[in-house]
Design a protein around this ligand. Structure first.
Ligand code: NDP
Length: 285
């Protein structure tokens, strides 16, 4: 009988990763390269403000230089594109991140496609997405990459396992399904049009929920002794941050589970730092 209900501590694993990155940044600085990240924040969306603050703080902690470029919500798409072009040719900038969502009059696809793929530390540029699919070196999108690190650093075997991913967005569902498949899992993708979701999720050795709906995964959606990764960030009836998975109901059944908060979230930022370091390393060669 497997020991059930173990928590994958994303906070601790992310802290360990930041520690490793700190030494990498130190050695880069000794060689004369200061890794630099520029974050562009358009408007004053409260959630975006919080995420950006977290990213800037994490940069400082590991010694990455960061700049925050604030832009008015009325800025034109052309002005934003110009700013990106300027950063693309600035050699002190190794990573460019445009915080989403953008105001409705600006196309995120156009903006993200303008970022130099070699500075695309979010891994959202179509070239990086294509490289990921074809198995070439690429900046991996931070949340899926963070999930992979959580699994690996917890010692969870992926090869040969059946992974079920619920959600098919470009930033989480699709890339994590490809990464898991690259690690030799057999992957099933589910989405809002999937008929009888439970019949799929109950077969999962590894279940990734990236839906954005409170407690869409309950005790009767999971297989005993499986591993559950909860990406969702929702508010519960008391306004508290909560995941897609009914944590209390599911935990006693599964072998491992990520909490919300303190699971996938901290890893997303850690992988952003990782990508910025990688970009600086490539430029310092
Ligand atoms: P999207 O809204 O882009 O995608 C949600 C996906 O869930 C879609 O593919 C949708 O299907 C599917 N879906 C919706 N309802 C159901 C349902 N009832 N059953 C099965 N599938 C369903 O979300 P994101 O991928 O951007 O984000 C998902 C969640 O993860 C959010 O809560 C977000 O806040 C969180 N998140 C957390 C991060 C972190 O660092 N912890 C980072 C990024 C996101 P369809 O395609 O058919 O519409």
């Amino acid at each position: 009988m497997v020991d059930r209900g173990k928590i994958i501590d994303g906070k601790a694993i992310a802290a360990q990763l930041r520690q490793e990155l700190k030494s990498e940044v130190e050695s880069l600085r000794e060689k004369g390269t200061v890794p630099g990240l520029t974050v562009i924040l358009v408007g004053n969306n409260q959630a975006s403000e919080t995420y950006v603050r977290g990213k800037i703080k994490a940069c400082a902690e590991v010694g990455i230089h960061s700049d925050l470029v604030r832009m008015s919500p009325e800025i034109t798409e052309d002005a934003l594109l110009d700013k990106i072009r300027q950063l693309n040719v600035d050699s002190s900038v190794h990573g460019i991140l445009v915080q989403l969502p953008l105001p409705d009059h600006i196309s995120p696809d156009r903006i993200l496609s303008e970022i130099d793929p070699d500075k695309d530390v979010d891994g959202f540029h179509p070239i990086n997405a294509g490289r990921l699919v074809t198995g070439l070196d690429a900046f991996l999108p931070c949340t899926p990459h963070g999930i992979l690190e959580l699994l690996k650093r917890t010692g969870i075997e992926i090869a040969g396992k059946h992974a079920v991913v619920v959600g098919r967005s470009n930033i989480v569902g699709k890339p994590i399904s490809i990464l898991l498949q690259r690690e030799n899992a057999t992957v099933t993708m589910c989405h809002s049009r999937t008929v009888d979701l439970k019949s799929h999720t109950r077969q999962a050795d590894i279940l990734v929920a990236a839906v954005g709906k409170l407690h869409v995964i309950t005790a009767d959606h999971v297989k005993p002794d499986s591993v559950v990764i909860d990406v969702g960030m929702n508010r519960d009836e008391n306004g508290k941050l909560a995941g897609d998975v009914d944590f209390e109901g599911v935990r006693p059944i599964v072998s491992y589970i990520t909490p919300v908060p303190g699971g996938v979230g901290p890893m997303t930022i850690a992988m952003l730092l990782y990508n910025t370091c990688q970009s600086a390393k490539m430029k310092s060669r």
